[in-house]
Design a protein around this ligand. Structure first.
Ligand SMILES: [Ca+2]
Ligand SMILES: [Ca+2]
Length: 155
């Protein structure tokens, strides 16, 4: 396990295996490039958590990220999904995304305008209650998996 700590500048940190990463001060980008990450911390300022592929971060302690750049089917908890202020794709040309939820809860998804295609959600076995922001104009594809689930488009 490696402990990766960014300095005060704008850092790009790539986490693999059971790494822990903290961007520190500055507008940092932390790239998830493996399963099993333990700590993902953006730190101060405006930070991005980017998924290099469909990895599972559900066991990681996630904090301090303002934006998440989603791939097409990464796994996380509802609480983690709701911890980001902006949800977007990994590139400007990506219009669809998907997420597999490993534990339930309540969250708001603030999908960026670039996500105009399909947002596919595989629910966890618990109750998953998601609300999309009012500006989201894409489709939502749902795959239920037990629990009393709901999805709401913003007012
Ligand atoms: Ca930094
Ligand atoms: Ca931050």
């Amino acid at each position: 396990m490696n402990q990766l700590i960014g300095g005060d500048g704008n850092d790009v940190v790539v986490v693999r295996g059971q790494d822990s990463a903290n961007g520190g001060i500055g507008n940092d980008t932390v790239i998830v490039a493996a399963n099993g990450t333990t700590v993902l911390a953006g730190g101060a300022n405006a930070d991005v958590l980017r998924f290099d592929n469909n990895y599972d971060i559900s066991a990681a302690a996630v904090s301090g990220f303002e934006t998440v750049e989603l791939n097409y089917g990464q796994t996380m908890t509802v609480a983690q999904l709701g911890s980001f202020a902006v949800h977007t794709g990994t590139s400007i040309s990506q219009t669809s995304t998907g997420v597999t939820l490993s534990a339930g809860g309540t969250a708001t998804i603030n999908a960026a305008a670039t996500l105009s295609g399909t947002f596919a959600i595989a629910y966890s076995a618990q109750a998953d209650n998601l609300t999309f922001n009012a500006a989201y104009a894409g489709n939502v594809s749902l795959n239920g998996n037990g629990g009393n689930d709901s999805v709401t488009s913003g007012a």
